[in-house]
Write a protein of this length. Structure first.
Length: 246
C-alpha cells in the first residue's frame, strides 16, 4: 500500500486569542495533532493547513493529492469559504477520508456531508470523560482497552443531531451524568468519515496517548478505497450487443 498522505487542518484562532490555549498548544492545535500522527504513522506524509492560508491551505491540487483530511474548527466556522467547503465535500464523495474532531461537529464540511444540523448540548465544567469502546473489533479501537479516561474535558451530550452512524466505536460518559456518541463512522459516496468527540481547546487532549492512537487508527481506516468521479457518461457501447427491436 502507498504511504498515507494526511493533512491536519486547524482553524488556528483560539491559539492566538486565548492565553490559556496558547499555553497548552504553543505551536497550535493542528501541529500537536500532526505530531501525534507522525509518531504513530512513521510511513505517512503528514502536513498541516490553516484557515489563514490562501484557500485555507486546501487548493484543488493539494486536496487531489490527499488521502485523509483531519479537521478541527470552532469559532470561525463561518469564515471557511463555501467554495473550499464544497471542494472538500467533493473530494470526500470521490474517496478522500475525513476525520472531524470535537467542535468540528458544527463545521460547514461536516454539516454538508451529513445533511443534518449536527447540534448537541455542552457544558464547560472541567469534568472527567470516560470513553467506552462499544465495538472492540473495529480497526479504530485497535490498541484501546475497554475504556479510557480524560481527567478534564468539556461535556458534549445527547441529543446529537446526526444521521444514525453506520458504525459506533465509542460512547462517552461524563462526570455530570450525560452520555454521548463520541466515535461515529459514516460513508458518503466513496469516502469514509469518522467523528471523534474529545479535543476542547483549553485541555491538553491532543497530547493524550489514547486520543492520538484513535486518530491514527482512524486515519488508516479512512484510507481511500478507489475513486469515484462525479460524472454521468452515456454508455453508448454496452458490453453485450443489444438486438435491434423490430
Ligand atoms: Zn469545545
Amino acid at each position: 500500500m502507498n504511504p498515507l498522505r494526511i493533512i491536519v487542518w486547524g482553524e488556528n484562532v483560539h491559539e492566538h486569542q486565548n492565553a490559556k490555549v496558547a499555553a497548552v498548544y504553543p505551536q497550535g492545535m493542528h501541529r500537536a495533532i500532526a505530531d501525534g500522527l507522525r509518531g504513530l504513522l512513521p510511513e505517512a506524509t503528514i502536513a498541516t493547513a490553516t484557515l489563514q492560508e490562501s484557500d485555507h491551505g486546501l487548493t484543488v491540487e493539494r486536496l487531489a493529492a490527499t488521502d485523509v483530511l483531519v479537521w478541527w474548527g470552532h469559532m470561525a466556522h463561518d469564515k471557511v469559504s463555501d467554495t473550499v467547503a464544497e471542494r472538500v465535500q467533493k473530494r470526500v464523495l470521490e474517496g478522500m477520508g475525513l476525520i472531524v474532531l470535537h467542535s468540528g461537529h458544527y463545521s460547514k464540511v461536516f454539516k454538508r456531508l451529513l445533511g443534518t444540523t449536527c447540534s448537541l448540548t455542552w457544558r464547560e465544567a472541567d469534568e472527567k470523560e470516560r470513553l467506552w469502546v462499544c465495538n472492540p473489533g473495529h480497526p479504530i479501537a485497535r490498541g484501546i482497552d475497554r475504556y479510557f479516561e480524560l481527567a478534564q474535558e468539556e461535556m458534549y451530550g445527547e441529543p446529537f443531531a446526526i444521521p444514525a452512524p453506520d458504525e459506533q466505536v465509542f460512547i462517552s460518559w461524563f462526570e455530570g451524568g450525560e452520555v454521548f456518541r463520541s466515535g461515529c463512522c459514516w460513508t458518503r459516496g466513496n469516502g469514509k468519515i469518522f467523528y471523534f468527540r474529545p479535543g476542547h481547546e483549553t485541555y491538553p487532549t491532543y497530547f493524550d496517548a489514547n486520543v492520538r492512537r484513535v486518530i491514527a487508527n482512524a486515519a488508516e481506516w479512512a484510507r481511500p478505497q478507489g475513486q469515484w468521479i462525479d460524472s454521468c457518461p452515456n454508455a453508448k457501447n454496452p458490453p453485450e450487443p443489444i438486438k435491434p427491436r423490430t
